[in-house]
Design a protein around this ligand. Structure first.
Ligand code: ZN
Ligand code: ZN
Length: 147
């Protein structure tokens, strides 16, 4: 049996279940993540679609797209405004905000879009200028930056 982690929005209306392990965890420093989260860095956990299920409050799970062809469907609770996850349907993955599932230990392995960082972090982890060559269906430059 795979381990199951529970997740919820700030008010608890939207509840999700995460099965197994995330594909990867880390930090994204891109402007879009920073502006939507309202924080200097976004701590992400990436999951295959099949491993994420909305267990309650689906009607309160609102979605925002910055443009009709955006790859990011940002999902939040319409009652409390709490961020839940970012769906990337074309890539077949969900990016679940790390704080949504307190029982899931956050173990970051890399930094993405470090060229856009406003909060430098000296943790010894690889700092990608944009993305690794292959990342969840995306193709990046693979270029690493100094801390
Ligand atoms: Zn809520
Ligand atoms: Zn980002």
């Amino acid at each position: 049996m795979s381990e199951v982690h529970q997740g919820a929005c700030f008010c608890g209306t939207v509840r999700i279940e995460l099965t197994g392990d995330p594909e990867t965890m880390g930090y994204c420093h891109c402007t879009s993540c920073r502006q939507w989260s309202g924080d200097p860095v976004h701590a992400y956990t990436i999951w295959q679609r099949d491993n994420v299920v909305v267990r309650a409050g689906a009607k309160s799970l609102a979605t925002f797209q910055s443009s009709p062809d955006s790859l990011s469907h940002r999902q939040y609770c319409s009652k409390c405004g709490g961020h839940v996850m970012i769906s990337h349907p074309e890539l077949g993955i969900y990016d679940v905000f790390s704080g949504v599932s307190p029982g899931l230990k956050f173990v970051p392995t890399m930094h993405l879009n470090y060229a856009e960082a406003v909060l430098p972090m000296s943790d010894g982890l690889p700092k990608y200028k944009d993305f690794p060559f292959e990342f969840g269906g995306l193709r990046g430059s693979g270029v690493l930056m100094d801390e």
